[in-house]
Design a protein around this ligand. Structure first.
Ligand code: ADP
Ligand code: MG
Length: 320
């Protein structure tokens, strides 16, 4: 998908090819500007691809305007109608289609109950918290019974605690409904904890499509290794000295402290960072890049800055 920006072409999405299964929770993960929203808008029909095609349940969508596609979108800013009650907001799509008032109020009521807002139908959006508004937007998108729900950073405006709560609510709602969710986020924690599969976007291209654990344990590119989780990257010569074959990655939590004997490498603690459940040590090594090692918080004091430590890990913790 190419846009013209100030007369110059901008390739927002470049040769992306994706198969998403029916009923899947699929996440498009990537940094800002990597093409996630453009992809979602092409699926929704708001942006037309310059090349290629989009099929939903086998059907070509090119001739289908947004309202005629079996999809609906939850936008980041929710885009609720401020002058309408929650019931009217949720029932809006039915009203446009001429469904009788009693029927649309009944169905809106059912959906408000599903998102745990029963009895609040007479309120206006301004009388709700951020998390509640989010749930109204969800109910409004679900009322037209889409086969695919598109969600563009829907939790971005919420604070951390609420975001985590909504993550598990969204996930269980998706399981109950059995419809396909295509979810956009730049937050790797969100992607890892909610998705069946994740496509990692980088500069308009997809770097890897995999399950959360595959992505984390076996990233296929350097970009994915660094974008998803924290990674120690070892250049080829360093990796070879440490028991690997090629340039490799090792996660900080796979490194253990131990005795000098059998250690893969040793160094001095340069910095300690406290994360509550673990300490992150930055270990400097002579003539090689520093390594991050996470030490579980067990009540013992970790080695102080300046202390010499010996690092151990299992061979399979190193990923080429
Ligand atoms: P993301 O959602 O991953 O942050 P976007 O899909 O919004 O990324 O944008 C991808 C790239 O395309 C960015 O470089 C952005 O500036 C550009 N882009 C998006 N929409 C337009 C547009 N309508 N006109 C010109 N450039 C655009
Ligand atoms: Mg975006």
């Amino acid at each position: 998908c190419t846009f013209l920006s100030g007369g110059k072409p901008v390739r927002a999405v470049d040769g992306v090819s994706l198969d998403i299964e029916a009923g899947e929770f699929f996440t498009l993960l990537g940094p800002s500007g990597s093409g996630k929203t453009t992809c979602l808008r092409m699926i929704g029909g708001f942006t037309l691809p310059t090349e290629g095609s989009i099929r939903i349940h086998g059907q070509e969508m090119a001739q289908h305007p947004p309202y005629a596609r079996p999809v609906n979108t939850v936008f980041q800013d929710y885009a609720l109608f401020p002058h309408m009650t929650l019931t009217e907001n949720v029932a809006y799509a039915l009203m446009v289609r001429g469904v009788a008032r009693a029927e649309r109020e009944r169905r809106a009521g059912e959906l408000l109950e599903r998102v745990r807002l029963s009895g609040m139908g007479v309120r206006k959006p301004a009388q709700l918290s951020g998390g509640q508004r989010q749930r109204v937007a969800l109910a409004r998108a679900l009322i037209s019974q889409p086969q695919v729900l598109l969600l563009d950073e829907p939790l971005g405006a919420l604070d951390l605690k609420l975001r985590e709560q909504m993550q598990s609510e969204l996930k269980s709602l998706q399981r109950q409904l059995g419809i396909t969710f295509i979810f956009v986020t730049h937050d790797q924690h969100e992607a890892l904890s909610m998705s069946d599969r994740i496509g990692v976007f980088h500069q308009g291209r997809i770097e890897q499509v995999a399950t959360p654990s595959e992505l984390y344990d076996r990233p296929s590119t350097r970009f994915v290794a660094e974008f998803v989780g924290t990674a120690n990257l070892l250049e080829r010569d360093d990796a070879r000295r440490l028991g690997g074959r090629a340039a490799s990655m090792i996660r900080p939590e796979r490194i253990r402290l131990g005795g000098a004997e059998g250690a893969r490498t040793s160094g001095q603690v340069a910095e300690l960072q406290y994360f509550g459940s673990f300490w992150r040590l930055r270990v400097e090594r002579a003539g090689a890049s520093p390594l991050l090692a996470d030490v579980a918080q067990t009540g013992d004091t970790p080695p102080p800055p300046g202390a010499t430590v010996h690092l151990h890990w299992d061979a399979e913790a190193m990923h080429a």
